[in-house]
Design a protein around this ligand. Structure first.
Ligand SMILES: C[S@@+](CC[C@H](N)C(=O)[O-])C[C@H]1O[C@@H](n2cnc3c(N)ncnc32)[C@H](O)[C@@H]1O
Length: 951
């Protein structure tokens, strides 16, 4: 699909086409200048300049001469300019001014003559074909191609065409790929060398077939290997033969005044035009301005396979690609993206951002802007945006803001972005708890939808996206509706032909593409003609009139809420005689078959639904303008619905829905059902003041949340300082350790180099670290437990340098006994040396070996302990725990203390657990499932769990 979006330049009074153009202003100089004409004046000098330049182009064989000019650069509306006769047209009540009006026209372009353009392209391609296959260097071949008279003629003449105009679109509407190439060829002078050759290849494919295109393709690949292929064509001018150079330069000079877009473009995807009318004394000026944007949409397959050139053709000429990528997409397809760009020799800079609704704040947009600046993003190079609806919205908005507008290519990876948010001109972010409060109108220059990405979508997300397809089908396309009736369920089950047997079902593959393409086409047909939302007849707002009032409170997925609103809209359409009952039933059935919600209990709150209608009327400029089908497949608008009627209609609609499967309810209706946070819960939590801050951790979390919301780095630093100080505070206000324990801490702190050597020499079986020591807070807790519990017999599993052993021994009574187990003889030896000076050393018995074996031995000796401290390698935790319990090593009424049960917070981070993290998790689960113990996990240091053996 190739679309040109043009905003209407004029509305209101009818204008009449002007007499042929003449200019009043001289044309010399480098800036594009407006051409101003008075009622009757003209400048022959200026006209002579234009004619002589046009003559030069004609001499080179240009297909369109100066005799056939248009005034429009882009697709200007068919305006009729008022003849400036000084007399008012009949029926006009406005008095005429006697002074002549000055009229400023900005551009002067050639007429579109499709057969001539086509012939010129054919001539150029057949002349260039043999040249690109020569054996000389790619650089030489390119110069030769550019010097070929028919190529010169084609390029210069296309550069003078209104390529974004309605006439151009109509002339080439039967061949959209040709139209797309011609739109860009206009800018040939300023595009990179590679880009021009890729465009020639595309032209060749359209006018001379795949074989001819192949030769250009090979040439493009050879050229892409040269160091200069990213340089603009105009930089080759001095290497061209003199007469060729002169022709190109004269063309450039001519364009400077007739259409500067073509010779000094800031963007090859948008143009401007205006009509300015001024009284002779310039005391009153009436002007209208327009912006014309061009965009392309492709429903494609296997976009990231190296053989697919859609992205490569955009980024090879630039030599690099800067991309904003959704973090979840990066996790799933990051390697494929890396490999794709590496294969094509394109430098790939990826900027990863979260694509969650909660991360759709203006600060998230700002973060993207900062990243773009850091990556040196240029205003000419299209940014690549890869992801779903949220990334499409925030990265598109960042692109709109960056350098006031930067083009971007949207690679849609979700169903919602693939048919709705992706090609949407409405880019935005949330603010002050309002969805999409800030935004701009900035569609991508290229949107690519590849449903291959949908295979990894949660089924709930697919359903939610299907709602948008049904929306377009009901409002715009009966044939799409019929496809959904027939294939909607299968699309859901097979994730649009991306899983199971359906992958090899070519007929179904085509059906899926057709459904996606038609949904997309319906969407842009509704949206692109009303780009700035300057009126409210917006068919794509079907299903979006009443549900905004209850979507958040219900916690429903957007698509599910849209389902309810579409169903209700269909019911109202039937009631208004816009559709008949059969059509209404068909609509409700498709919604229900696609497992979407028709009715949700939240709709019982009629007052809230009415409030939504009131808010919508305000938003829609005082009109309800609720889009509903009229008839099925076409759009109508409901404008009057009183509160009383609404409440009554909701009740009748509810009764109707109850007869549908699941009593009208959807499958996995709510955000939480598909693993997403409930946005309402999030909103409520965000609104909760600091009164819920009751612990230092709460305070840190609260500060960090606030800092995140306000992008406040000093507040982040403050939170970090607090976190760092927690251990010091615990140490400060806990009993102080003995001198012997202090000494063990100090000695152990120096051991790291020694442990590294010991591992290398094989003196230890594992790498030990000074940080393995338990330390003061735990030491004091263990001492307290020994004292409080009247403990006499302690088992310390994991001696290391002897800190926990000595700490507990110090607390034991004189007749107390502690057995400590250690696998590494070196550590056990060091511990013994550390206790050597302590008066409590006699209470300690050290055993060296694998804990498991040592436990078996202790058990066979009939040993039993009041307190067991477990602090060894985590993967063995659960097995050791079971041995301790099953063998009776921990007596009933005894206490088990286990260290590191929160293992580095791995489980909290949500990242994949390490083997140690998994070991800690297994033990935690084991404790939970074991009724013999009553336990509590304390967030002391790395987590310390105390488990009392009750039976
Ligand atoms: C974290 S450190 C113990 C720290 C000590 N409790 C303290 O208070 O400083 C773990 C010790 O257990 C030992 N260890 C690890 N796994 C073991 C096992 N399966 N059997 C015996 N000892 C083991 C290690 O060699 C290490 O010295």
């Amino acid at each position: 699909m190739v679309c040109t979006v043009s905003t209407p330049m004029a509305s209101g009074p009818a204008f009449v086409q002007p007499a042929p153009m003449t200019r009043l202003l001289p044309t010399a100089g480098s800036e594009a200048r407006p051409q101003m004409r008075g009622a009757s004046g003209s400048s022959t000098a200026t006209r002579a300049t234009a004619t002589s330049v046009a003559g030069a182009a004609a001499a080179a064989g240009a297909v369109v001469g100066a005799g056939s000019k248009r005034r429009r650069a882009g697709q200007m509306p068919k305006v009729n300019l008022m003849p400036n006769t000084g007399k008012m047209p009949k029926g006009n009540l406005m008095p005429a001014t006697s002074a002549p009006t000055l009229e400023i026209n900005y551009y002067e372009l050639d007429d579109v003559d499709a057969p001539k353009i086509l012939a010129a392209v054919q001539d150029a391609i057949s002349a260039a074909g043999p040249i690109v296959q020569e054996t000389s260097s790619p650089e030489e071949r390119l110069l030769k191609v550019l010097s070929e008279p028919s190529v010169v003629a084609m390029l210069t003449s296309i550069s003078r065409l209104p390529v974004f105009s309605y006439e151009m679109g109509s002339a080439f509407k039967e061949n959209l790929d040709l139209l797309l190439a011609l739109k860009q060829i206009k800018y040939f002078w300023s595009v990179p060398q590679s880009q021009l050759v890729i465009l020639l290849e595309q032209l060749a494919r359209q006018v001379a077939g795949p074989k001819a295109a192949e030769a250009f393709g090979e040439f493009a690949q050879a050229l892409a290997q040269t160091s200069s292929h990213t340089e603009m064509i105009k930089h080759l001018r001095d290497e061209l033969p003199a007469e060729v150079r002169t022709t190109y330069m004269q063309n450039a000079e001519y364009l400077e005044t007739s259409d500067a877009h073509a010779v000094y473009p800031t963007s090859i995807y948008r143009q401007c035009d205006a009509l300015t009318l001024a009284t002779e004394d310039a005391s009153t000026i009436e002007a209208v301005m327009s912006t014309t944007l061009t965009t392309t949409i492709k429903i494609a397959r296997k976009v990231l396979e190296p053989s697919n050139r859609l992205l490569a053709d955009v980024y090879t000429p630039l030599g690099r690609c800067v991309a904003v990528v959704d973090d979840k997409v990066e996790a799933l397809y990051g390697k494929d993206l890396d490999a794709y760009f590496a294969h094509h020799g394109i430098e790939y800079k990826k900027l990863i951002f979260s694509g969650n609704e909660v991360d759709k704040d203006i600060r998230d947009v700002e973060r993207i802007l900062v990243a773009l600046k850091k990556s040196g993003q240029g205003r000419h190079e299209p940014l690549l945006v890869v992801g779903g609806g949220v990334i499409a919205d925030i990265a598109g908005f960042a692109a709109a803001l960056y350098s006031r507008n930067t083009p971007y290519v949207m690679l849609c990876t979700s169903i919602v972005s693939g048919i709705d948010a992706g090609p949407s001109p409405r880019v935005c972010c949330n603010g002050f708890d309002y969805k999409n409060l800030y935004g701009a109108y900035h569609p991508p220059v290229l949107t690519i939808t590849d449903r291959g990405f949908w295979k990894t979508l949660h089924p709930g997300w697919l359903r939610h996206g299907v709602a948008e397809i049904i929306k377009m089908a009901v409002m715009k396309d009966l044939s799409l509706f019929e496809l959904m009736e027939k294939w909607g369920t299968k699309c859901l089950v097979t994730k649009f032909g991306t899983v199971g047997e359906s992958v090899n079902d070519s007929e179904f593959q085509d059906i899926c593409d057709l459904i996606v393409g038609k949904a997309m086409e319906g969407y842009v047909r509704s949206e692109y003609g009303n780009l700035w939302e300057t009126h409210q007849c917006r068919p794509h707002a079907y299903g979006h009139t009443w549900s905004p009032g209850y979507e958040l409170p219900s916690g429903m997925l957007h698509g599910q809420a849209v389902g309810t609103c579409m169903g209700f809209g269909a019911y109202l359409a039937c009631k208004a005689d816009f559709i008949d009952e059969t059509e209404m039933s068909r609509i409700l059935k498709v919604i229900s078959d696609c497992e979407l919600c028709l009715w949700h209990p939240v709709m019982e709150d009629g007052a809230a639904v009415w409030q939504s209608q009131v808010a919508m009327i305000e938003k829609r400029g005082g009109n309800l303008c609720a889009p509903i089908p009229r008839p099925l497949g076409q759009s109508g608008y409901l404008n009057d619905l009183s509160e009383e009627e609404l409440l009554q209609d909701l009740q009748t609609y509810k009764e109707l829905c109850l007869s549908y499967p699941r009593e009208g309810r959807g499958v996995e209706e709510h955000c939480v059902d598909v693993g997403l946070e409930d946005p309402q819960a999030k909103k409520v939590a965000a609104a909760v003041p600091d009164r819920f801050v009751v612990t230092p951790m709460d305070m840190v979390a609260s500060k960090l949340a606030k800092a995140k919301a306000e992008n406040d780095m000093p507040a982040v630093a403050d939170a970090v300082r607090m976190l760092d100080s927690v251990d010091s505070m615990v140490a400060k206000y806990s009993s102080q350790p003995s001198e012997a324990l202090r000494s063990i801490s100090m000695q152990t702190a120096k051991t790291n180099p020694m442990w590294a050597d010991a591992e290398k020499t094989g003196d230890t079986t594992r790498l030990m670290e000074a940080e393995m020591i338990s330390g003061q807070a735990e030491g004091q807790l263990l001492q307290l437990l020994v004292k409080f519990g009247g403990v006499k017999k302690v088992l310390d599993i994991g001696t290391f340098t002897g800190y926990s052993s000595l700490a507990m021994a110090e607390a034991l009574p004189e007749d107390g006994h502690l057995v400590t187990l250690e696998r590494e003889a070196v550590a056990a030896q060091m511990a013994a040396e550390n206790w050597a000076q302590s008066q409590h050393k006699g209470k300690i018995e050290s055993r060296v070996g694998e804990a498991h074996e040592l436990l078996q031995a202790l058990a066979s000796e009939g040993a039993s302990f009041d307190l067991v401290f477990l602090d060894v390698d985590k993967p063995g935790y659960l097995a050791l725990y079971q041995t301790i319990m099953d063998s009776g090593l921990l007596r009933v009424g005894g206490l088990l203390a286990v260290d590191n049960t929160m293992y580095k917070g791995e489980e909290l981070s949500g990242e994949q657990l390490s083997v140690n993290g998994k070991g800690a998790e297994s033990l935690n689960q084991g404790l939970l499932a074991d009724e013999r113990v009553h336990q509590v996990m304390l967030p002391l240091r790395d987590g310390l769990t105390l488990a009392f053996r009750q039976c």
